[in-house]
Design a protein around this ligand. Structure first.
Ligand SMILES: [Zn+2]
Ligand SMILES: [Zn+2]
Length: 247
């Protein structure tokens, strides 16, 4: 199993990376967390005939702007996009004319499932929680090939995130804010709160991603975030674009 970081920036693309998108390659599936601009690299890694599942956390544009790139792919086993039920209508508006090619015109089989209503159609164990953000935002927990991978995108520290991440092998946590920074009006994690989340949940490994492009101007800033987080939760890694983690 591999985790491949296609995009690790929050908000917008800069020289530090592309917008948020993470690929989990398992024995039977490709599972993609969010569709930021980094999704354009997906065809570098999707080489085998396995179905692709794309899990969308929320509709802030940095998490979905890569949806207009879907037309470049040719997924032989099709693509399933999972979206929160409350976001379904807005999602269907977005992935349609005049914004982009309608989904039904994509050159491969595609289906859209709403979470939680149609979760039973997903062939691997998937759990979710609504997290603490300015709009309804889903975190995901995937249990596959004897590993538990948890994705906590845009959120402030909250009990739901701790519950979702409980004893995970890998917690992918956002890290939009700089060390010491918080803003209750626009909840996000910083290195300390992401590390606290990892520690409280008893995970094995924490990977920080979704570094706000306007705050994390260089890779040194990310290394500093990693060091700060390690003082709370030692097994922490700051992600960068094109990082491949073998699990
Ligand atoms: Zn975001
Ligand atoms: Zn957001």
């Amino acid at each position: 199993m591999k985790l491949i970081f296609l995009g690790t920036n929050g908000w917008y693309d800069t020289e530090t990376g592309n917008g948020i998108c993470t690929l989990l390659e398992t024995g039977s599936y490709y599972i993609v967390f969010d569709a930021g601009n980094g999704i354009h690299k997906l065809d570098r890694y999707v080489k085998e005939d396995k179905p692709v599942y794309l899990l969308i956390s929320h509709l802030h544009l940095d998490h979905v702007c890569g949806l207009h790139i879907l037309g470049k792919f040719k997924f032989s086993k099709g693509l399933t996009i999972c979206v929160g039920s409350g976001d379904l209508d807005s999602f269907k508006t977005l992935v349609n004319t005049p914004y982009t090619m309608p989904l039904e015109q994509l050159p491969y089989e595609i289906r859209v499932l709403s979470i939680p209503d149609e979760v039973e159609a997903i062939p691997f164990p998937l759990d979710w929680r609504y997290l603490r953000h300015s709009v309804p935002t889903l975190g995901f927990r995937v249990w596959i090939d004897n590993k538990v991978i948890v994705y906590c995108p845009d959120t402030g520290y909250c009990e739901e995130a701790v519950e979702l991440a409980r004893r995970a092998d890998v917690l992918l946590a956002e890290c939009a804010y700089l060390p010491g920074e918080t803003d209750e009006r626009w909840p996000h994690l910083n290195p300390e709160s992401a590390a606290k989340l990892a520690m409280e949940a008893g995970v094995k490994m924490l990977v920080l991603t979704h570094f706000d492009a306007s705050r994390y101007l260089s890779m040194e800033d990310r290394i500093r975030a990693e060091e700060v987080a390690k003082s709370v939760f030692p097994n922490t890694l700051a992600a960068r674009d094109d990082l491949v983690l073998e699990l």
